[in-house]
Design a protein around this ligand. Structure first.
Ligand code: HEM
Length: 482
């Protein structure tokens, strides 16, 4: 039994004191340069194996034995293995299948007109975003200076909320603002509480007690709100079915309620408890909003920093779409735009340290053993910033995803959604959302950094790597007809 090579740590805390809390992805990437594509170390009491080669990551994540989640206090202690992101084994298999089916039915797959309906739902939020920016006061250069984060959060949040809960809120709605606040603060607190994962006894120390209390109280309060929304949706579902016996769910709550009914009396009925329901709703809302919001914020920042790339994307949009509204199908004829979306996901990995897995059994790989119960870290940052794969990786260059004929080519080393049996279920939905938001925003506006300064692209690392707050100038493009 040979463990992978790796650095020594201290008793109890392991290598934790050397991890940069502001930029753990950089510490772990540096170690991979020293110890190679697979290395191991203790973080607190958790033995951790870090993978930084995409082929190795694909190999490891393809195994059934690595579909567990890391034995962390937050996932196992607070979430108690509920929902989808933290679930394991039979519950995970069942709920994953349910969610994938649900997303298909909502229009992610191109079946019987549902795709058009999904695109229309997305476009509603895109139009609202554009109107919002246009409604803001312009400066003497006819530009609207704005940090797009808040309105993007509202519009993307409304979209995901509508798909998951079947409800939408006004921008200023108090409940909506509170739900968004809980989500945002919760993500930050999970970041702050990082060491708690590995040293759960820290929760008794005041510095960690506060974020812990916030997380636990936030979870309870969110679930109370969900309980009310579900109660309301039970009634609405009943009415819809009275009018149409073949009613097909158009949000996750309705789909879950219908599935729950089917499972009555079955051994799998236990997977459809209220506790599981609320955790699943929170997972979908959180995973869907945080990631797409962060990607769009990075995209607009890079467009402002690289105006010549922006101009090329706009030329392609004008040529292929003109002034009509886009459909995701257009992306097939817009290789440079597609490449720019791939490049943003490479250069700023939304989850730079990846979402860790857990070894359900001992795993043999490349002559090493990853012991049962280990945490497996697919280091996205190390893969996406590898000099051997990507020339000058800190340079934003969509053309690296184009072949000689100018066609978009997938690169196996781009793994923002990870790979294998637990790969993100929202990858296709993300593609549709990003395509529609980006093309319409760039159809309408030219974006530049206020005062023509370069915007800071270092970011802040919690679970996700987010841009620091920034403002950009939105200037209406002349050819826009909307
Ligand atoms: C830019 C957008 C997104 C990125 C970069 C992203 C990334 C990821 C990653 C890295 C994972 C972990 C996969 C693994 O454990 O191997 C994941 C899982 C997941 N994502 Fe996404 N995601 C995105 C959008 C979405 C959206 C829109 C949804 C909403 C449906 C979503 C729902 C989920 C869920 C439910 C899981 C857990 C899957 C499981 O544990 O089986 N994601 N995502």
């Amino acid at each position: 039994r040979r463990l992978p090579p790796g650095p020594w740590g201290l008793p109890v805390v392991g290598y934790l004191p050397w991890l940069d809390p502001q930029a753990p992805h950089l510490t772990l990437t540096k170690l991979s340069r020293k110890y190679g594509p697979i290395y191991g170390m203790y973080l607190g009491s958790v033995y951790t194996v870090v993978l930084s080669d995409h082929k190795l990551i694909r190999k490891v994540l393809a195994k059934d034995s690595t579909t567990g989640r890391a034995p962390l206090y937050l996932t196992h202690g607070i979430m108690k293995g509920n929902g989808l992101i933290c679930a394991e084994k039979e519950l995970w298999k069942d709920q994953r299948k349910f969610v994938i089916g649900c997303l298909k039915q909502l229009g992610v797959s191109k079946i019987s007109g549902r795709r058009e309906k999904l695109e229309a739902r997305i476009m509603c939020e895109v139009d609202d975003l554009i109107s919002y920016i246009k409604s803001k006061e312009k400066n003497s250069s006819d530009e609207v200076i704005l940090d797009p984060a808040d309105t993007l959060k509202h519009n993307l949040g409304s979209l995901i909320n509508n798909l998951v809960f079947g409800v939408s809120y006004d921008r200023e709605d108090k409940l909506w603002k509170w739900l968004l606040h809980l989500q945002e603060e919760g993500t930050k607190h999970i970041g702050v509480a990082g060491p708690l994962n590995f040293l759960p006894f820290l929760r008794f120390i005041p510095k960690f007690k506060r974020p812990m209390t916030f997380l636990v109280d936030g979870q309870r309060e969110t679930h109370e709100t969900y309980r009310k929304i579900v109660r309301h949706q039970v009634e609405s579902l009943q009415k819809l079915r009275e009018n149409d016996a073949n009613y097909q769910a158009d949000n996750v709550i309705h789909a879950f309620l219908l599935e729950k009914e089917k499972r009555e009396g079955d051994v799998t009925e236990k997977f459809y408890s209220n506790e599981q329901f609320f955790h699943l709703l929170a997972d979908l809302f959180g995973a869907g909003l945080d990631t797409t919001l962060t990607t769009l914020r990075w995209y607009l920042l890079y467009m402002a920093n690289y105006p010549h790339v922006q101009t090329k994307v706009q030329e392609e949009i004008d040529q292929v779409i003109g002034s009509r509204r886009p459909s995701v199908e257009d992306l097939n004829n817009m290789p440079y735009t597609e490449a720019s979306l791939a490049e943003i996901q490479r250069i700023r990995s939304v989850v730079p340290t990846g979402i860790p897995h857990g070894a359900l059994e001992d795993v043999e790989i490349e002559g090493f053993v990853i012991p049962k119960g280990s945490m497996i870290v697919p280091m996205q940052w190390a893969v996406h910033m590898n000099n051997d794969i990507w020339k000058d990786p800190e340079h934003f260059e969509p053309a690296r995803f184009l072949n000689e004929e100018g066609r978009y080519v997938k690169n196996e080393a781009l793994i923002p959604f990870q790979t294998g049996k637990r790969m993100c279920v929202g990858d296709e939905l993300t593609r549709i959302i990003l395509c529609l938001f980006i093309t319409v925003i760039l159809q309408e506006f030219f974006i530049s950094a206020a005062n023509n300064l370069q915007l800071d692209s270092t970011g802040e690392c919690g679970i996700t790597l987010t841009p620091k707050n920034y403002a950009v100038a939105f200037k209406m493009r002349k050819q826009s007809k909307h």
